[in-house]
Every structure is written in C-alpha cells, then in structure tokens.
Design a protein around this ligand. Structure first.
Ligand code: PLP
Length: 407
C-alpha cells in the first residue's frame, strides 16, 4: 500500500494566520526569482531599521552568563517585580509579582491563558477585526470565537449593546485589543468602563491585549483596562516586541488583576501550564526591568518629527489623495486599515487584490478578511517603513486599484 501523507489535527481546518500565510510564501518565491518585494505584512520594527533601546540591549548581553539555567516558571522575580510595579502605578492595585507570568512573547501567553480558561464549546468574545491569533488560539483550545463588530463607520469601536447581545451561558471571556491591531483604534475610558460593567454582570474574564500601550499619535491616550476593572478578573498583556522594538527577544507577559477570591484558581492553572513548559526564554527577560524603568524611548518616534509620526502622516496623505481609499486615522499601534470605496469598485475582493498587488507591483499587504471580518474591501499596512517608502507604495497601490476598477 502506498504511504499517504500523515494526517494532521482537524482543529487546524478552521485556523488561519494570513499575516504569514499564502501571500507571504508567494513573496518568498518571487524573491527567490530575484524580485525585490516591499514587505508590509508584519509589525516587526527590527526589519525596518528600528533598534531596541541601547540600555535594554546592554542589559541582555551583560546578563548572558546568568541566563544559562532555567528560571522560575513564572519568570525572573526581578522582571516580574518591575511589571507588577508598572501595573500598580497604572492603578491596578491588586497586582504583585506573584500575579505576573512571563513567556516567549504575548503569543505564547495568549495560548496559555485560553488553554487554562476554556472548556470545549466555551465562547470568547473577540473583536472583528481582530489580531487573528486570538481567534485561532480560542479554536485550538476547543472554544468558539464569537466576533463583535468594530466597523470603520464607528471609528472601529465596539458597541456595548451589540456585545451584550452576543453573550450566552457559554461565554467566558471578552478580548480587547487596545491600542488596536489592525485598526489603530484606542478605546475611550467610558467605553472601557461599560465593558467592565458587562463583564461584571455576566461574570466574564477580561483579556486586555495592550502590547501597543505606548504607541500613540496626535495626543491619543491609552487607558489601561485593569485600572478600571477593580475586582473583575482581568489579564493585561504586554511585552517588549513593539514599544521596545525587540520582537526577536520573544518576551511578553500578562498580569492578573481582580479580587483574590475570584482569581485564585486561575493563578494555579497558569502556574501549572507555565511549569509544563519549564520557563520562558531567560536572556530576553533581563531586558524587562530596564525597559520598564528606563526613559520612554517610543514617544520620540511617534511625536511630530519622529519617524512613526511621519510615516503615519504619509499614509493619511496618500489615502487623502487616493480616488478609491478611505481610512480611520490610527490613534495608536503600528498599522493602518484602509478600506476601498465599494461604490467605485463594487465587487472588490481583498484577497484577489492583495495577490494582484504582489504579482504586479511587488508590494505585500494583508487582506482585511484575514482579521476575521466578513467584508472584503479592507487591507492592513504597517506604518513601519519610512515616509518616502510609504508614499511610493501607495502610488503602486493606486495603480493596482485603477486596473482593478477597469476590469
Ligand atoms: N498581540 C497583538 C495585538 C499583536 O499585534 C502581536 C504581534 O504582532 C502579538 C500579540 C504577539 O506579540 P509577541 O508574541 O511578539 O509578544
């Protein structure tokens, strides 16, 4: 009998991560043929010439000799103290170092947290658009992602009544991504307060992905959810990848706030799951304390004159000039999520367009439907390239849009 390919888990059938999916593989093939692809699919500061602050890099290299043993499963105590102190300073008074878990990026911890929380068939409210790992990890851990809409017409913000209508007896948690990837929306305090009240009413856990917490434009404010959540169980996720431009260190964390009585079992579950994978990458953890206690190094990039500020402005100007595009100006994070006017291109298909753009203009973007929305007229682009690259890229996008409109 001939050998068949080894079968894989059927759970994977529903899981997508198009940020590094088919298009990105096609880009690699084109590069192998000698084409120069402008890759705008990943929020990876190091790939665009950004450097981690010197003081955190030096702390890692200085501490390498102390990094050869496993550390505690929760992470280095000194680093957890620094994270807990930051959380308390933000108003999340119940957090101490025992309520902090450090791992190999927020990615690992999203999976760990959902694994600890979900029974088969449990539901999680996830924003649409979302960072697609949240949907994928919910499914892979036996749960069901129920998407609450954050449409452009509302500045990509959710409506609390709509969220409430999606809650069932199986709902366990609400995911919030603030500042948001892919839309750049930042959530106002009143909205966050209303979401906390919803979680309190239905005994839900809040999962606050705040990995972009310091990346803010044009006077936008970041409101930490845990500071408003009081006794309501809330996991606040942060890391070194974005604000501290050190994706490759693979360091992220979450802290657990809420009344002791409500979070005690969760803490045991997190500790057990953290122990099963022994510990997170140790060298990178030495960057945490200097990163959180040192000077703010991201504001200079997002303030007027800073590179991210200029790139964001270049996106807004290019969209302004475009015949076809509209965008909600991102208030935070590293992306814009423009939409194509479907009055001008009625049967626009984001995936077909992204492939066409790649094949004809050597530009790699991520189709909007990769972020778990049903509409197909958006795409995500990162703000990380220099302003002149962005201007050039939008010239190519416009050419491809003109061709698409003519078909
Ligand atoms: N959460 C969001 C919203 C993200 O955008 C990302 C990465 O892009 C992550 C989590 C994962 O980050 P990391 O695993 O590098 O900490």
């Amino acid at each position: 009998m001939p050998h068949r390919p080894v079968s894989t888990s059927s759970r994977l059938a529903e899981v997508r991560y198009e940020i590094r999916g088919t298009l990105s593989h096609r880009a690699r093939d084109l590069e192998a043929e000698g084409r120069r692809i402008v890759r705008l699919n990943i929020g990876n500061p190091g790939a665009f010439g950004f450097e981690a602050p010197k003081h955190i890099r030096e702390s890692v290299t200085r501490s390498l000799p102390n990094s050869e043993a496993y550390c505690q499963q929760q992470g280095l105590p000194m680093a957890r103290e620094a994270i807990a102190a930051q959380q308390r300073m933000r108003g999340s008074l119940s957090v101490d170092a025992e309520r902090v878990f450090i791992g190999n990026g927020v990615s690992e911890l999203i999976d760990l947290a959902l694994r600890a929380l979900l029974e088969a068939g449990d539901e999680v409210l996830v924003p649409a658009p979302d960072y697609p790992l949240w949907t994928a990890a919910t499914i892979l851990n036996g749960g069901k992602a129920v998407h609450y809409p954050c449409p452009a017409g509302r500045g990509h913000l959710p409506d609390v009544e709509e969220m409430a209508a999606l809650i069932t007896p199986r709902t366990r948690a609400i995911v919030l991504i603030n500042p948001n990837n892919p839309t750049g929306a930042t959530y106002p305090r009143e909205l966050l307060g209303a979401i906390v009240a919803l979680a309190e009413r239905h005994q839900l856990v809040l999962l606050a992905d705040e990995i972009y917490d310091g990346i803010l434009y044009d006077g936008a404010r970041f409101e930490p959810l845990a500071a408003l959540a009081g006794d309501v169980p809330c996991l606040s996720f942060g890391g070194l990848s974005k604000v501290h431009r050190a994706c490759g260190y693979r360091v992220g964390w979450f802290s657990v706030s809420g009344s002791r009585a409500r979070v005690v079992d969760m803490l045991h579950a997190f500790d057990l799951l953290a122990a099963l994978r022994l510990c997170g990458n140790v060298p990178g953890q030495w960057a945490i304390e200097p990163a959180l206690q040192g000077a703010d190094t991201i504001s200079a990039l997002t303030a007027p004159g800073g590179r991210l500020h200029d790139s964001r402005r270049a996106v807004l100007e290019a969209v302004e000039r475009s015949r076809f595009l509209r965008v909600v100006a991102p208030a935070g994070a590293l992306y814009a999520f423009p939409g194509v006017d479907t009055a001008l291109i009625p049967d626009f298909d984001d995936e077909a367009f992204a492939l066409h753009l790649l094949e004809t203009e050597d530009v790699l973007i991520v189709p909007g439907s990769s972020f778990n929305v049903r509409y197909r007229n958006h795409f995500r682009i990162t703000l990380l390239p220099r302003a002149e690259v962005i201007a050039d890229v939008f010239g190519r996008i416009e050419r491809a849009l003109v061709r698409t409109a003519e078909v």
